[in-house]
Design a protein around this ligand. Structure first.
Ligand code: ATP
Ligand code: MG
Length: 732
């Protein structure tokens, strides 16, 4: 009983009620920071502790693998149990595990490989080329979204409706793509789920087995489940099992990927939910931060509605910084971080959030210059780097040489004189004979055709690798893959190859730590899923490890997109780039649903902060190689002024921010030559006088030559855009 009480200590009444609910389905609908994840974890521990279920008798779905690991760590901290056989993980991770156990019934090879997003795109491109599809009319990325979108809805090609030539073609590509994957023995992310769903639906024995095993199903971040994920859960739960779902409709931010808040309503109906528990006390943030978040989200119409309050006190005001450009913004952030750090905030407790990945570069540069350690989540992850993907491709071929994607990646890398033409021929043969490229290559070599020398060498190499790999450890196999393939030697000859060799060595380390891992979402743990370590490692590389990478080392600033920040919390948070067009993103500006989703994103971002929150925007920024001029995001206007503390940008340039200086004079000189009247040296930071508005400073410009406009900050008169030709500006 003692552990039971410590398990439950500190929970408020509503939380306690949720944790200890009787055996029935329940929905916990609550705002950010109200303890949903904590309640879910406590419920798992409580159910086990009180003997209502064994650790292997429940299934919990989390949003990231990181969250799953944290959950298991927390559970083991309160209970002396072995978590190895527990099914706690992401939808993809759990489906992968189930498919490994029943690959035969699911129609997949034992060592099926997982196609990540970029591999998937290259399969689609290759296929479209073979099918002679015009990639201007059918941009491959769009085709990819279409295929994944259909699968997320649970649809196969034959079930997709098509009424016109365009959609008919899309459907045809979809169908061919699925056939190709089947031939290759690979599955993309969406396929993992769909395949698993179809298996459970078709095979009553397997379904019965899991239904009788998982008496309790628990799902975090339920608002972001898509149609198929919901159907999958429903199938697993069957008639008798209980589902415990926690979520927040205001944090639904994956609508663009098919997530459906409507699943919450369906869930209440389908599972005859008697208990919708609402948690209203926020334990994360001070009230200034929380009020700002509440004020923003109150502008959305489509809400289920809930209140959120805190007893933590007002805390500090939300700081708003109006930067004159992105360099200035980044420099401001660096200065504040240094100050926070001096005052004792650890760097790992500070997060820098942004709407899109491309925004991180300028921040990274400023942090690098300031010598501040940082880690980017969700950027180019370790396992996505080219050299690592090459090495993994060799490993995939050792596991299954019929994997066309892996084969095409390395058949001529390092180069072995195989020309584009002979590769194309090989692909054509494979397609005509409905076999893998590997098979086609073997046949070609067997026929002793001319021009097959390079191919012959490749076939011999892979065969040799397979022979040598027999019976060795994963570590040795990884070493073999990077050396025997010639990759290390190749990069040794490359001037910039040092880093890449380091990374390849790191892959060996990754293999070792994978072999020695202590718990997690792996497949051979409860004896029902026999599968070799290599295949597990390769799945791990496709599914999970990116998150791992970001986790190493503690004392580093955390940089990530708002999407990636879901569920996390930090003592101090900086949200930068709050400009119309960036946040809300321009793609969403013209649709109401899109705008509401952007607002939810902003709500997620703001609610990550515990004590201090900085919001910043820049009057101009360089993005995707272009200078853009933004007005402050509407979301800033939605926060009551009394919660804010405005930190004004200094009208003169901050140190280190010199980019616009080099751009403007060049632009201005054109203007000067065409406009004889103004022979003065305009530049950003230039102090000017205006007859009506008084003295000001130029903060940015747009246009060129005769129609150049400058933006001037006139202090009390505010920011004004003025056409240089007509405005009577005098430099001072
Ligand atoms: P999000 O919507 O962002 O995922 P959440 O609802 O899942 O948030 P948690 O992450 O579970 O919220 O909790 C937020 C913070 O509040 C955590 O630091 C957690 O430890 C703390 N917390 C939750 N409940 C309590 C409580 N009863 N007493 C003290 N702290 C609590
Ligand atoms: Mg949570």
């Amino acid at each position: 009983m003692e552990t039971e009480s410590t398990l439950l200590t500190g929970l408020n009444n509503k939380q306690l009620e949720a944790v200890t609910l009787p055996q029935q389905s329940a929905l916990i609908l609550a705002g950010a920071g109200s303890g949903k994840t904590r309640v879910l974890t406590a419920r798992i521990a409580w159910l086990i502790q009180t003997g209502q279920v064994s650790p292997t008798g429940l299934l919990a779905v989390t949003f990231t693998n990181k969250a799953a690991k944290e959950m298991l760590t927390r559970i083991t901290a309160s209970l002396p149990i072995n978590t190895r056989g527990m099914w706690v993980g992401t939808f993809h991770g759990l489906c992968n595990r189930l498919l490994r156990a029943h690959h035969r019934e699911a129609g997949l090879p034992a060592s099926f490989q997982i196609l990540d997003i970029s591999d998937q795109l290259s399969v689609i491109k290759r296929l479209m080329k073979l099918m002679n599809v015009d990639d201007e009319k059918f941009p491959p990325k769009q085709v990819q979204n279409f295929i994944n979108g259909c699968k997320d809805e649970g649809l196969r090609a034959h079930a997709v409706e098509a009424y016109d030539p365009h959609s008919t073609k899309m459907r045809e590509i979809f169908d061919e793509y699925d056939k190709q994957c089947q031939r290759d023995g690979v599955a993309d992310f969406a396929e993992l789920l769909l395949r698993c769903y179809e298996l459970l639906e078709r095979d009553t024995n397997i379904r019965g087995h899991y239904q009788s095993r998982f008496k309790y199903i628990l799902v975090d971040e339920f608002q972001d489940t898509n149609r198929l994920q919901y159907l999958w859960l429903k199938l697993l739960a069957g008639e008798d099992n209980c589902m415990f779902a926690v979520g927040d409709d205001d944090q639904s931010i994956y609508g663009f990927r098919g997530a459906r808040v409507g699943n919450m309503r369906d869930f209440e109906k389908d599972f005859k939910v008697q208990n919708v528990v609402k948690l209203e006390e926020n334990y994360r943030s001070h009230s200034n931060i929380l009020d700002a978040a509440n004020a923003i989200i109150s502008h959305n119409n489509n809400r289920l509605g809930k209140n959120l309050w805190t007893s933590a006190g007002a805390g500090e005001p939300v700081r708003v910084y109006d930067a004159y450009n992105d360099t200035d913004e980044a420099q401001f952030i660096v200065d504040e971080i240094k100050m926070l750090h001096c005052e004792g905030t650890s760097l790992g407790e500070i997060a820098l959030l942004y709407r899109s990945n491309a925004q991180s570069r300028i921040l990274e540069q400023a942090l690098f210059n300031a010598n501040l350690p940082y880690r980017v989540y969700g950027g180019l992850r370790f396992f996505e780097r080219a050299e690592i993907k090459h090495a993994l491709a060799y490993m995939r071929l050792i596991a299954n040489a019929n994997d066309d994607t892996a084969l095409l990646r390395v058949i001529n890398f390092p180069t072995r004189g195989i020309g584009a033409r002979s590769l194309e021929q090989l692909q054509e043969v494979a397609r005509a004979e409905n076999c893998s490229i590997w098979q086609a290559a073997i046949n070609k070599v067997g026929n002793g055709k001319l021009g097959a020398k390079g191919i012959e060498g490749f076939v011999a190499l892979i065969r040799q690798m397979v022979d040598n790999a027999y019976g060795i450890s994963l570590r040795e196999l990884t070493e073999l893959a990077i050396t025997m393939s010639g990759l290390v030697a190749h990069y040794e000859n490359d001037k910039e190859g040092e880093d890449r060799i380091e990374n390849l060595k790191e892959l060996v380390t990754a293999a070792v730590s994978f072999t020695n891992r202590d718990f997690g979402n792996h497949n051979n743990v409860d004896g029902e899923t026999e599968q070799d370590l290599l295949t597990q490692f390769l799945s791990h590389a496709s599914l999970e490890a990116g998150e791992h990478q970001a986790d190493v080392g503690r004392e580093a600033l955390q940089l990530m997109t708002v999407h990636a920040s879901k569920g996390l919390e930090f003592k101090a948070v900086f949200i930068s780039g709050l400009e119309e067009g960036l946040c809300p993103h321009e793609q969403s500006l013209f649709e109401n649903a899109g705008l509401e989703e952007e607002r939810r994103l902003m709500y997620v971002a703001v609610t990550r902060a515990r004590q201090r929150l900085y919001l910043s925007h820049a009057q101009s920024r360089m993005l995707h190689g272009k200078v853009r001029y933004g007005i402050p995001s509407r979301f800033l206007d939605e926060i009551p002024e009394e919660l804010l503390k405005r930190l004004n940008s200094k009208p003169v340039a901050r140190s280190g921010s010199n980019r616009d200086y080099s751009e403007l004079p060049a632009m201005m000189s054109k203007q000067q030559s065409s406009n004889q009247k103004s022979a003065m040296p305009w530049k950003i930071g230039q102090q000017v006088a205006h007859t009506k508005f008084g003295n000001g400073v130029i903060v940015s410009y747009e246009g060129n030559a005769n129609d150049m406009r400058v933006q001037v900050n006139f202090g009390r008169e505010g920011l004004k855009w003025l056409a240089l030709e007509f405005a009577k500006l005098t430099p001072i």
